[in-house]
Design a protein around this ligand. Structure first.
Ligand SMILES: Nc1ncnc2c1ncn2[C@@H]1O[C@H](COP(=O)(O)OP(=O)(O)OP(=O)(O)O)[C@@H](O)[C@H]1O
Length: 262
């Protein structure tokens, strides 16, 4: 792996459910430490793409590489090893309701490491403090707010020190202020730990606020639209569909600029 090898490399990925093609021939790369947003209108295939990237769905064709190694065609053992480098936070942020927060976060550590009880307890407390929940170890999910549940789920996703964090609509069901705090936390974690983040969202404040780079899935063509910094695309993209999406349905003319953009 050279210094220029992308952390994630998606090549010619076509996704389908049976004969129903969702997106054709996606090609994009994600650099290490970047916050990469998958965006597009409802039903364009954002969650489907995320599920391909974490191995829950197999491509109709094409391949996904991590650190230059194939994920799609990896051996079972290699596939498992790669999965261990991923942390995933689903829309529901599902925590086990019968377990305390500490037990929730300890579970992946008990399952996948040989760490001793006291070492696990230390890691659990550290991860909870990272997400602002230090002292809440013995609380049950039903005893905390929606925003706190998302943060606890984030602590669990980070339990095994993932290289990549995948988020599927993390702000779903949160009020704007709580949602913004979650964005700030995602940004802080990504920057301080150099964790690559892949974020599915259609929340404009979120994707414009923290996205370093993005891909627009165009439901009208079933192909990818522009790739680039979302704030840049909002004002400068020559693609009317992405400008419309990023400007809440309006499609203002692109702002002229010195160099040609995506
Ligand atoms: N399990 C499934 N079986 C068959 N078709 C599916 C399945 N899941 C999703 N689809 C279809 O695939 C397309 C893409 O769905 P997907 O959920 O990936 O879109 P999305 O961009 O994440 O949507 P949203 O923003 O509304 O969550 C849709 O037409 C959807 O109906």
């Amino acid at each position: 792996m050279s210094a220029t090898t992308p952390h994630i490399d998606v090549r010619d990925l076509t996704m389908a459910y049976g004969t129903n093609v969702v997106m054709r021939e996606l090609n994009f790369q994600v650099s290490r430490g970047e916050i990469f947003v998958i965006m597009g209108g409802s039903g364009c295939g954002k969650s489907t793409l995320l599920r391909h990237m974490i191995g829950l769905l197999q491509p109709a064709s094409g391949e996904i590489f991590y650190n230059g190694k194939t994920f799609t065609k990896a051996t079972a053992a290699e596939h498992q090893r790669m999965l261990r480098t991923f942390g995933v936070l689903y829309q529901s942020g599902a925590l086990w309701s019968s377990l305390t927060l500490a037990e929730n976060i300890a579970t992946p550590l008990e399952e996948f490491t040989d760490l001793k009880r006291n070492e696990i307890a230390d890691i659990v407390s550290y991860k909870l403090s990272l997400v602002g929940l230090g002292g809440f170890e013995e609380y049950y999910p039903s005893e905390i707010s929606g925003g706190m549940k998302k943060r606890a789920a984030l602590a669990r996703a980070m339990a095994l020190d993932p290289e990549i964090l995948f988020f599927d609509e993390p702000s779903a069901g949160l009020d704007p202020i709580t949602s913004r705090r979650l964005d700030e936390l995602i940004l802080e974690i990504s920057r301080s730990m150099n964790t690559t983040v892949v974020l599915v969202t259609h929340e404009l404040p979120s994707l414009l606020g923290i996205g370093d780079n993005s891909i627009f899935l165009d439901v009208t063509t079933k192909r990818q639209g522009p790739i680039g910094n979302p704030s840049f695309l909002k004002d400068h993209s020559t693609n009317p569909n992405v400008r419309k999406f990023l400007n809440r349905g309006e499609s203002p003319s692109p702002t002229t600029q010195a160099t040609p953009g995506p």
